[in-house]
Design a protein around this ligand. Sequence first.
Ligand code: ATP
Ligand SMILES: Cc1cn([C@H]2C[C@H](O)[C@@H](COP(=O)(O)O)O2)c(=O)[nH]c1=O
Length: 219
Amino acid sequence: MSSQRCFFITFEGIDGAGKSSHIDALAQMLRQQGREVTVTREPGGTPLAEQLRALLLNEPMDALTEALLMFAARRDHLRRVIEPALAQGHTVLCDRFTDATYAYQGYGRGFDLQILDTLENWVQASDALQGGVRQPDLTLWFDVPPAVAAQRLSQARTPDKFEAMPQAFFARVAEGYAERQRQSPQRFARIDGDLPRDAVWQQVVDACMAHGVLQRSSA
Ligand SMILES: Nc1ncnc2c1ncn2[C@@H]1O[C@H](COP(=O)(O)OP(=O)(O)OP(=O)(O)O)[C@@H](O)[C@H]1O
Ligand SMILES: Cc1cn([C@H]2C[C@H](O)[C@@H](COP(=O)(O)O)O2)c(=O)[nH]c1=O
């Protein structure tokens, strides 16, 4: 087990914001600095949660069903992957977490935010925190105008259920992320994703340094 502090870091943003490639690059840099790193994603990250992901990304369902399945997948993921990895001293890089549920199901689909609060408190209760609620130490929020993200995705792949939503939906999702940042400004680092890849990466490095995740020498 590493003696360094380990971190739970999440990556967020509307579809097409451009977060994915930076996750692997950050994992590589952290490993070069001697950290053990677990890279994972939501919904998903365990066999059960990946099965739920396939349903969530492809099957139509009402917003309550969607929120419950997201949190069911998260519970399995926390118990089988995230909590054990943190207990072993790994830094965990997770492509999306609960901010996505607030942004997509809450703001995007209009689902009740107080019910999401309740589910968050139940699902993220952590034995390692003596019943406290597990939250990311740092959330890198890739903020991109919905029109830019839509343009990128149109050139990239066949859209899934969420990616096929109209720009107005993503404008609400983006507002959800902005509200989450206002509620937890210390946890969030806003990354301007509407810039060339190198400039986006530099912001990722700067945010990780500012939060003590990366050491200054090798970035
Ligand atoms: N800074 C950038 N400038 C221009 N294009 C970019 C930039 N970053 C990523 N892209 C392109 O945008 C598309 C979406 O990027 P990517 O898959 O990394 O986004 P994402 O945020 O992970 O999306 P999703 O959450 O939907 O998986 C890809 O085709 C990628 O090559
Ligand atoms: C965790 C989570 C995710 N979503 C949505 C957001 C994306 O459209 C997909 C995941 O696809 P990605 O390419 O892996 O980003 O799921 C959501 O609506 N709610 C959530 O809690």
